[in-house]
Design a protein around this ligand. Sequence first.
Ligand code: GDP
Ligand code: MN
Length: 383
Amino acid sequence: MDLLEYQGKQLFARHEIPVPSGIPARTVDEAMAAAEQIGYPCVVKAQVKIGGRGKAGGVKVAANATEAREYSEAILGMDIKGFTVYELWIEEASEIEAEYYAAIVFDRSARAPLVMLSTQGGMDIEQVSEETPEAIATLHVDPLLGFQPFEARRLAFEAGIDADLIRPIGDFLTRLYATFIAEEAMLVEVNPVIITPDRKVKALDSKITLDDNALFRHTENAALRDPSDEDPQEQMARDYGLAYVKLDGDIGIFGNGAGLVMSTLDVVTIFGGEPANFLDAGGGAKPEAITRAVEVICSNENVTAVLFNIFGGITRCDDVATGLIEAFATNPPSVPFVVRLDGTNDVEGRRILAEADLPGVYTASTMNEAAEKVVALAKGESL
Ligand code: GDP
Ligand code: MN
């Protein structure tokens, strides 16, 4: 789950990371009340879960009430890279002497968090990493030992930070790491970290991605979830406890085991189809889970055909067949299904399906055959 900038800053504040103070606002009136309380100059900032707001005109420093009103009116409702601005963050303006970049991400290949620091903040960090990668100092943290203060200071030194700021930046990074661990984040990024004329360090922006799978341990963070910006199918799948990811295509996919589902997506693509989703029913899928999965897959209106690819291990193919028949009885689908059953009790499963003789349900015995059939059906061809 991604947080809005101000939600991230509130989280930083709880971990004693210095941030400018501010007030969220959903209307121009609220924004004006916030601006009056904060005083001028203040910054009017669009709250959308996408970067580059500054360049898009979504971050403006207001010198007085007239400007604060003008900017709030302009930014509320603005479209930034496809994201509509519903909320503003009105913040006390900061004086900026330097803009740095700091981030902590998981480096999966190293199996460790990676801390990054650069004096080239404020701008496009992707561009910095492409053109002058040496301008970003990096360090892997041993997750068992944690991030040691001397490591933070060394990183600051390697990044070329002024001598008087090595300690303050080191402290800043230490707190950032503590936040990353305590909140079970996947990413914390601050661009820019600013240095004020009186040499104070502050987080002027925040980008935080929290681990959805750990949210149950963080009720305060979980409450920040905004159901309106979630995909309806993904929301439904989460309520049902299904592992589902929406994709752009038109072929619904159901399989058991993440590996099998991933290869099903590949095979469908090789045969010229476009998967509409990833859905892993897991091991031991019971009829109820299948009924729910069919409901989730078919509620995506882009879906024109569905591929059921089951390799029975723990999951029994006869259970899957029974589940499909139940699902179709309660909610007859309007699109054709191709079902491939292989593995535990496959003969029995195929027999149950054949006996039910469901309209619009086709069987296949290999993955390739199933993919070929479902791609043809999705294109409106008849078999
Ligand atoms: P982003 O464009 O979405 O990354 O939004 P940021 O919050 O990073 O703001 C973009 C830029 O606006 C920053 O890099 C600053 O240069 C500028 N900015 C933001 N807040 C202030 C402020 O309080 N004072 C000044 N002078 N500039 C600011
Ligand atoms: Mn930024």
